[in-house]
Design a protein around this ligand. Sequence first.
Ligand SMILES: Nc1ncnc2c1ncn2[C@@H]1O[C@H](COP(=O)(O)OP(=O)(O)OP(=O)(O)O)[C@@H](O)[C@H]1O
Ligand SMILES: [Mg+2]
Length: 469
Amino acid sequence: MIRVLIIDGGRQTCDMLAGCALSLGYDVSTGQTLTECLEKVTSNPPDVIFIDGQLPDGSPLEVLDVIHAAPSSPTVIIMTEGGTPESAEMAIRNGAWDYIPKPASMKEMTARLSRVAQYRRQHQGSERMAEIKRNGIVGNSPTMRTAMDMIKRAADSDLNVLITGETGTGKELFALSIHLNSGRSQDNFVVVDCTALPETLVESILFGHSKGAFTGADRAQDGLIRQAHRGTLFLDEMGELPLPLQKTFLRVLQEHRFRPVGSQKEVESDFRLISATNKNLEQMVAEGKFRGDLLYRLGAMTIHLPPLRQHPEDIREMAVFYVEKVCRRFGVAPKKFSDEFLKYLIRYDWPGNVRELFHVLEHACAAGLHEETLFPVHLPQELRITIARSLFEDNHHVPRNGGNGSGSSAAKQILSLKRFRQSAYSDLEEMYLRNLLTSSAGSIKEACALSKLSRTRLYGLLKKYNIRH
Ligand SMILES: Nc1ncnc2c1ncn2[C@@H]1O[C@H](COP(=O)(O)OP(=O)(O)OP(=O)(O)O)[C@@H](O)[C@H]1O
Ligand SMILES: [Mg+2]
């Protein structure tokens, strides 16, 4: 039987909708607040939720991902008095089935409800249950399940997708996963890093060139856009695309045709676009740094990947996955984690997200290479100091042996802004230094030139973070 949950502050609306659902023979429960809604989606999982857009304790728009991640993956209809086109757009983008004005007649509501029920019956067992190839994506928290659900929807459609999220949250990994799960998986996944497009060659890199188009062009060459024909074009760091190129690219996106450098003839490319950014493109549009018409086209579907600190439940699984991988690479037996080691991982805020977690775990595996179990001592010293300090600053005591779960509630504590900044700063500094050494292939001279640091200062920083060179 279809189960309907109705959440509305007004008794009249609740009664009217309950009447509609009962007349169709559905099971009904009601509530008045967002908190009640969140309780009921887990305690008595509904198939369909009718919910008011403005409840006394918040808006459902803010928790739609949590609602969708409930065991029954409910279909959500938001009812609103005085909604705006923007909120309607936001609701649909976030996966609401419908966003409707209040009040509506009983006849209208009954018709709407029976359509949703019909859809649920048709799709039950097929749409949501269909397995998706994870290709290395780890995590089963509600947050991750929502993200995987979005991947599935994106893979099933051919819409342009914009993936947003902080650095290291997995934007590229998720983009690849959409491609591999889509009907285009047999063709190329072409990555364009918009930060690394040299100004003088950018057009030829993207659009290709004909023979003799410029000195050195001794044969015609396809550009990256043509290489993505029938496949997926992934524009990484989209916010960095220079404004003049945004205009050209908008046309390519509309026409799927373009002219290679030096050529008279246009070339076609049937690509599907996925773009990613850690910038706030809407703000960039407001500041005149990004074209609004392009943003509108890019984000037919937007997937936001949350920072790791918002789903610490996944840290254990991610750590097990990655440590096993590193141990295989090092040719040693998989390692166990001490309780304290895990608590430290969960306690930390991970400003560099999953990338930083993996990086730290690699460090820990190297530090405890011949040991069976990893302890906090194997973590980078700066990270241990940050966490150890936070335990005292926040007046928290982490139990030494076993504990009773208070560690995980401590983990959910919000750090003071000052401490958060300090730890983020140190970690970013360390990440920067490691990248710097990789980019300069370990040459201190080159690293000084790139970073504009003096030799003494660079040595001082490398020592501070215990980085060997
Ligand atoms: N959910 C996940 N499961 C497993 N690995 C992950 C997950 N999320 C991210 N990673 C890993 O974290 C690292 C960083 O991911 P990725 O390069 O996709 O991040 P990004 O969001 O593109 O970062 P940036 O904005 O800095 O380019 C990669 O090694 C990726 O495989
Ligand atoms: Mg990336």
